[in-house]
Design a protein around this ligand. Structure first.
Ligand code: SF4
Length: 498
């Protein structure tokens, strides 16, 4: 009988969450490095370079890879010969580990979980509770997998029940383009086939915890129907040309992992969940000998990469920005932003929209005229930082507010990640505005361009408050220009194969 002590388990979960906040899994670094070497699309190559530079900076600086430090998902396989020495339930111990990790004073992580999700959506303050999946299995130890899953990629999870005669590859090829780029490719696809609706979703999530090995599989050749499907989906999704950040390119997925389970003769349940550029998970075993020991990742693992030189981008003075300048920018063009930016994301937009629709004014000091808004919810700063990791959140979620923001506040444009929908593009074109993208998954690198930050409105919203940032050479790409051209349409069209 193995005894697992409460504090060993809590410490292990907490240490694992801190570890994955700043270390990509080694297989992910290797696979992204290979994709970077193969990439021909300049925009996708630069995005991958930013993600890799960011990844190494986070490993060295022990700061989060992404400002979205994720919802915590834990898989436990608990041996039947294990006894817990604890006054808490297993799920409560996991939550305590989450609290300790997210409130770590040396590397505080962003709390993203909200309670009353259909109502008040109050931040729980410590990122608890975690999503915990437990299985009781033969044996005398506990297998633990800890993952932090970004909201942008989790939002793209899809489920369908196909007819048994339907083609799964066809469904994936129809579904992936509809997911847009809000899941921050390049990443992975986890696919669950069979079981029931909830089983297929769980299989898809579990599949994402497996190591990247598609190139080994291709070399040795498939030995099962599932392996054939993995290869077919990997090749054909990459041939869609979506590319890193949806900018168009050769690699959208680094691997496709599939798990299956028997299903009812009448059904073919299929679930698909993407994992993003901030893929974060770790696996360890507890055998009663104390907390997990997590070895640092060797810094030699990161490949040499080259960011696009500053002279290839247009430098912009945000404090003297005019509509006449904005209309000159073209989709795909790279800019370096300097000066004052305002921030705001989902809840701030809702508040602004409610105020304006009631005929009320914006809070004192909040003036968007002649400004750009950056969709971001940063991590709290430490050790003299102006701000913690502060990468972009998905712009598409703000589409419904775009017409109002452009027509009523004097705003000239927005900065986020991923594509804009038809409604937002029409508003951008009508108001001769612009939508820019920064690289999702390069949050620590982006934060180095922010020289000061102060809250100007809605302080009670925490990371969702409106900040004023001063930025120096913040790299962005024009995603939608003032004539309605979108790089998320033209890029994949150009790089699509066949
Ligand atoms: S890389 Fe993108 S999807 Fe992943 S956590 Fe960061 S912002 Fe979210």
């Amino acid at each position: 009988m193995t005894v697992i002590r409460q504090d060993d388990f809590i410490t292990s979960v907490s240490d694992a969450l801190q570890y994955i906040s700043h270390y990509h899994p080694p297989d992910f670094i290797r696979a992204l490095g290979e994709a970077y070497r193969r990439e021909k699309s300049p925009a996708a190559r630069d995005a991958m370079a930013q993600i890799l530079v960011n990844s190494r900076m986070c490993a060295e600086g022990r700061r989060p890879i992404c400002q979205d430090t994720g919802l915590v998902v834990v898989f436990l396989k608990i041996g039947m010969d294990v006894r817990w020495e604890s006054s808490m339930s297993v799920a409560d111990m996991v939550d305590e580990g989450v609290r300790r990790a997210y409130r770590n004073a040396d590397n505080p992580l962003r709390a993203s979980m909200v309670s009353d999700p259909a109502g008040a959506r109050r931040n729980t303050g410590d990122n608890s509770p975690a999503i915990v999946h437990m299985e009781v299995v033969p044996g005398d130890h506990v297998e633990v997998t800890v993952a932090a899953k970004g909201g942008g990629s989790e939002n793209k999870a899809v489920f369908t029940t196909l007819n048994p005669s339907d083609d799964i590859v066809d469904w994936v090829l129809k579904t992936v383009p509809a997911m847009g780029a809000g899941w921050c490719p390049p990443g992975m696809l986890g696919i669950g086939i069979g079981g029931s609706a909830e089983k297929a979703m769980l299989l898809a999530k579990e599949a994402l915890m497996e190591p990247i090995d598609i190139h080994d599989l291709k070399e040795r050749g498939p030995r099962s129907r599932i392996e054939e499907l993995r290869i077919a989906i990997h090749d054909r999704v990459n041939a869609l040309g979506i590319g890193a950040q949806g900018l168009g390119g050769l690699t959208t997925v680094l691997d496709v992992k599939i798990r299956d389970f028997p299903s009812h003769a009448a059904s073919l349940p299929v679930a698909m969940i993407p994992n993003c550029a901030a893929t974060r998970h770790i696996h360890f075993t507890l055998d009663g000998q104390g907390p997990a020991v997590l070895p640092p990742v060797d810094l030699d693992l990161w490949p040499d990469v080259h960011l696009d030189p500053p002279e290839t981008a247009r430098r912009i003075d945000l404090d003297r920005l005019t509509r006449e300048q904005v209309v000159e920018w073209r989709a795909g063009e790279r800019l370096l932003l300097n000066g004052t930016l305002l921030t705001g994301r989902d809840t701030a937009h809702k508040r602004i929209s409610d105020l304006l629709n009631r005929g009320e004014s914006l809070p004192e000091g909040l003036d968007f005229s002649g400004k750009l808004i950056y969709y971001v919810g940063p991590v709290d700063p430490v050790r003299g930082e102006a701000v913690g990791p502060a990468g972009p959140t998905t712009a598409t979620r703000m589409d419904r507010f775009t017409e109002l923001m452009l027509s009523r506040t004097g705003l000239l444009g927005m900065i986020g990640k991923a594509e804009r929908g038809t409604e937002a593009i029409a508003a951008i074109q009508a108001h001769k505005a612009v939508s820019l993208v920064a690289v999702g998954g390069a949050a620590y690198l982006v934060s180095k361009a922010i020289t000061s930050a102060r809250v100007v409105a809605f302080a009670e919203l925490g990371m969702e408050a409106v900040y004023e940032f001063q930025v120096k050479d913040m790299p962005v790409t024009v995603a939608v220009d003032s004539i309605g051209q979108s790089v998320h349409r033209s890029g994949p069209d150009f790089w699509r194969l066949g």
